[in-house]
Write a protein that binds this ligand. Structure first.
Ligand SMILES: Cc1ncc(COP(=O)(O)O)c(C=O)c1O
Length: 365
């Protein structure tokens, strides 16, 4: 059984081909109308005024960090347990990255520990709605000292549509999304998007994703080539129509998993207890993780570890001050987490097989 079977998306292929043909005939490959349409629709869908399409989620986060004018000693706080891109986007800006451990219950940034890390030098916090679960942005806003402007840039790369379930999200200064193919909303290639309610920042973001220019050959800001592709925007416009339904499907499967997996004492399943969730990933925690993964592999069930190393353990960061530090909970989770298959329209018989085999594995413990 595949970790994700993309069959549920293939039904849209004939529409994509028709839409791509139109673009091929118009030759508007770069910043065509489809990009602007998708931006408008995605902003509305996500409860925001503006959206700026980008070449990837990594670039979206980099651009959002770029326009807050980080200086060399400015600190940006991110969770120690996230995908490497959250840290790398910050690293490219030359700011100082400060890692924060995660909460063992939510697996998201630990807000009490975060409060202690906020210093005079803190310029931004990047909470990650990891796995599709809502970080409590309202609570994070409350712990920020009133006299200091600290930007909140939400990394919602795994949490498209989360605002339909949680009122605590997408209320920071910027929220960024990866639109990588496997995400809840994914392109058929690389893409990303930033949402914001601030008009000035929106205009700046539109400029710096396009070499600092709005009018051709006039460059008012230092910019980059980090635009969303017209063909990807056309594909995303079709998929966006399905996102609410797809997220509902994910939640339904998760509910089914929760019921059974909660009964296994060697597993930690707290998904249904705290925080809203759009189940980009269904993650279980067990000290028998490696053995369970091998067992499921033998039963032909694909699983993935998201993520086997915390940010502080990557050799690429060997010169960073956090490299030698310890982030106890994050490291424990990296050693015990396992993502099991979940995707829209996953067959009931496959869901049952996943549950059956996990139960079989633990029967002998
Ligand atoms: C939490 C998180 N942040 C950032 C990214 C980077 O996005 P992209 O792959 O589109 O650059 C991803 C996904 O890949 C992600 O899962």
């Amino acid at each position: 059984m595949k970790f994700i079977d993309f069959k549920y998306q293939k039904k849209l292929n004939s529409k994509h081909i028709k839409n791509i043909n139109k673009i091929l005939n118009k030759n508007n490959f770069i910043l065509g109308n489809e990009v602007h349409n998708f931006e408008k629709k995605f902003a509305k869908f996500s409860g925001s005024k503006y959206a700026v399409g980008t070449s990837s989620g990594t670039d979206a986060l980099f651009l959002a960090l770029k326009i807050i004018n980080l200086k060399k000693d400015d600190e940006v706080i991110i969770p120690a347990h996230t995908f490497i891109a959250t840290a790398l986007s910050a690293y490219y800006t030359k700011c100082k990255i400060v890692l924060c451990d995660i909460d063992p219950n939510t697996l998201l940034i630990d807000i009490d520990k975060l409060q202690k890390l906020i210093s005079k030098k803190t310029k931004a916090i990047i909470p990650v709605h990891l796995y599709g679960r809502a970080a409590d942005i309202i609570k994070i806003k409350k712990i920020i000292p009133k006299k200091k402007k600290i930007f909140i840039i939400e990394d919602a790369s795994q949490a498209h549509g989360l605002n339909y379930y949680s009122k605590k999200v997408f209320i920071g200064d910027f929220t960024i999304f990866s639109l990588y193919p496997a995400k809840n909303l994914g392109a058929n290639g690389d893409a990303g998007i930033i949402i914001t309610n601030k008009k000035n920042d929106y205009i700046k973001l539109k400029m710096i994703r396009n070499w600092g220019s709005i009018t051709k050959y006039e460059h008012k800001l230092i910019g980059y080539n980090m635009r969303m592709d017209t063909i990807q925007a056309a594909i995303l416009l079709e998929k966006l129509k399905k996102l609410k339904y797809w997220n509902k499907q994910r939640k339904k499967i998760a509910k089914f998993y929760n019921l059974e997996l909660n009964k296994i004492k060697y597993l930690k399943i707290n998904h249904n207890l705290i925080n809203d969730h759009v189940y980009h990933l269904y993650v279980i925690i067990t000290k028998f993780r490696n053995k369970l993964q091998t067992y499921l592999n033998k039963k032909k069930i694909d699983t993935i570890i998201h993520y086997p190393k915390t940010i502080n353990k990557h050799l690429s960061f060997k010169n960073e001050s956090f490299y030698k530090k310890k982030y106890k909970i994050s490291e424990e989770i990296a050693n015990s987490c396992l993502s099991i298959p979940i995707y829209p329209e996953m067959k009931i018989k496959d869901q049952k097989k996943v549950l059956r085999e996990i139960k079989n594995f633990f029967k002998f413990k």
